[in-house]
Design a protein around this ligand. Sequence first.
Ligand SMILES: [Zn+2]
Length: 126
Amino acid sequence: MVYRDQMLVCEECGQKFVFRVEEQRSQEALGFEIHPPRYCVECRQTITTSPGLRAGVVKWYREDKHFGFIVQIDGSEVFFHRSGVEGDTTVLQEGSPVWYEVIATDRGPQAINVHGRERIAPVRES
Ligand SMILES: [Zn+2]
């Protein structure tokens, strides 16, 4: 595997940023396929600063790979890992509604505390 710095363009602000070799190595070390981030580091922080529970729909989940993606209300997708799922993974059927929080990681936004509707207390309507 040849690593080299990649120049990417942030989908949020349009600024160029570097996807560094070290980031690529750490992704691979974690067992992930190398996955270029969509946003620059600053935008990753901004996008993920809105706290609290979000609702989305499971796009897919790979039991063998222990990760998947959630389609969010705004249509964007967020990565999640098995370790960020509460309880068992039976709630992770394609198209199932899930609730979750988003945190910033080295790989960009990641959903944690992912759970199905039946597992949580009633959500306050806003
Ligand atoms: Zn940006």
